[in-house]
Write a protein that binds this ligand. Structure first.
Ligand code: AMP
Ligand code: GLY
Length: 426
């Protein structure tokens, strides 16, 4: 079969890498891909949002399965467009992807279907938002309603920061139309975890829980990023918490979406805060998380093509989802300056020296006169597979030690939270 993966980051490299192990997959395309993906797939220079271009590619190459990585084409309706032409495609349709595209919709679904989430208010008038903050005070969290490339959330510990966030989103329009409407919500305290699940719209099969590292510096310090590393499975998600997340969050979300005439098929991602009162939803994503996809797909033993084809055929079966024993850790190597303005074009060395059971997934790379250069904020995701978390941490950092490019920086504490002994939140 011929597979097309849409996107060009670490998540997409991990998807392409996983498909490359399937005996049934004869050819892989990726649009646009990157330098690492180019070793496994034919890269086609199309933007993920170029719907007509992608549809023409699928037609021309008679693609048997298209898998959409990023949110923008999902929210733009790529899945709907390909389905209308009769092509198999994995990912939610536009109306379902809005659960990520509109935080207000996500909150409404949670409220209506009793899914635990922070208390909130919705505002489309800055004066009313300011009044509300002055009345309720800080701490609080201010969120742009629409897609803002992961930057539309400001955690405000004090009132001045909260008021500044309203100004930034609604008056300065830093995120354009995405910030015309905002949410102001209660700040939740706890530890975060990501739970993803495959769903055909009825059945819900959770994947291994993962944990992201959003802040740029060690000990969760500094500004938020797209994610500086991840690991799976995340021990904070005990068996009992996984069951709670399935029963109280994932199943009601999928059932609620069906009841709202937004049937959801694909992978659904719930970003959780594990509070003293149990897991609360911070956000939904309508796709695999990045970097979480890298350790999760590294841990997946089963053939991804079989799973996704089965899901599309209405034969989603937990028995087909087998996992490797042990754990996987992904350390993101970022470009100098990231998450602000960052360097581009630095030559990367050491990629060919990865130890066994380590893959350097490319997130932002390009080929320049036959050399691999940094071309994005997150450049690589060095991902290991080992018998347990400490061994996977050690192995991932052995891989990291081989790689170098000017300005490269990374966190030294990826996975450390998994080693903490913590009280049980059941
Ligand atoms: P989101 O895109 O909604 O997941 O928000 C990005 C990050 O902001 C999350 O990963 C959390 O670290 C933080 N965050 C979002 N909502 C809350 C909340 N209600 N309480 C505390 N932190 C939050
Ligand atoms: N790692 C968080 C995300 O993919 O949005």
């Amino acid at each position: 079969m011929k597979v097309l993966v849409i996107g060009g980051g670490g998540r997409e490299h991990a998807l392409v890498w996983k498909f490359s192990h399937s005996p049934r997959v004869k050819k892989i395309f990726c649009a646009p891909g990157n330098a690492g993906i180019a070793a496994l797939a034919e890269c086609v220079d199309l933007k993920p949002e170029d719907l007509p271009g992608i549809i023409a590619l699928v037609r021309r190459e008679k693609i048997d399965l298209t898998v959409v990585g990023p949110e923008a084409p999902l929210v733009a309706g790529l899945v709907d467009a390909l389905e209308q032409e009769g092509y198999p495609v994995f990912g939610p349709r536009q109306r379902a992807a809005e659960i990520e595209g509109s935080k207000v919709l996500a909150k409404e679904i949670m409220l209506k279907y009793n899914i635990p989430t922070a208390r909130y208010g919705v505002f489309d008038d800055p004066a009313r938002a300011i009044d509300y903050i002055k009345k309720t005070g800080a701490p609080c969290v201010v969120k742009a309603d629409g897609l803002a490339a992961g930057k539309g959330v400001i955690v405000a510990e004090d009132q001045a920061t909260a008021l500044g966030a309203v100004d930034l989103m609604m008056k300065q329009r830093a995120f354009g139309a995405a910030g015309e409407r905002i949410i102001i919500e209660e700040l939740l305290r706890g530890e975060e975890a990501s739970i993803l699940a495959f769903t055909d719209g009825e059945k819900v099969i959770p994947l291994l829980p993962a944990q992201d590292h959003k802040r740029v510096n060690d000990n969760d310090d500094g500004p938020n990023t797209g994610g500086m590393g991840a690991y799976a499975p995340a021990p904070i998600m005990t068996d009992s918490l996984r069951q709670t997340a399935l029963e109280k969050i994932l199943l009601p979300t999928v059932r609620g979406m069906a009841a709202e005439d937004r049937p959801y098929r694909g992978v659904i991602y719930a970003g959780l805060m594990i509070t003293e009162r149990g897991p609360y939803v911070l956000e939904y994503n309508a796709r695999f998380g990045d970097p979480e996809a890298q350790p999760i797909l590294m841990m997946l033993e089963s053939d991804l093509a079989d799973i996704l084809e089965g899901l599309l055929a209405g034969e989603l079966d937990e028995a087909n989802l087998r996992w490797h024993n042990g754990a996987s850790v992904c350390v993101v190597l970022a470009a100098g300056g990231y998450p602000g303005d960052y360097r581009k074009g630095d030559v990367i060395s050491g990629l060919e020296q990865m130890p066994d059971n380590v893959v350097a997934f490319h997130a932002g790379t390009a080929l320049k006169t036959n050399r691999t250069v940094a071309a994005g904020g997150r450049v690589l995701g060095v991902t290991s597979l080992a018998e347990n978390i400490p061994a996977a941490i050690d192995l991932a950092y052995q891989g990291v030690a081989k790689i170098n490019f000017t300005g490269m920086h990374y966190r030294k504490d990826i996975g450390q939270k998994a080693l903490l002994v913590r009280p049980c939140v059941c």
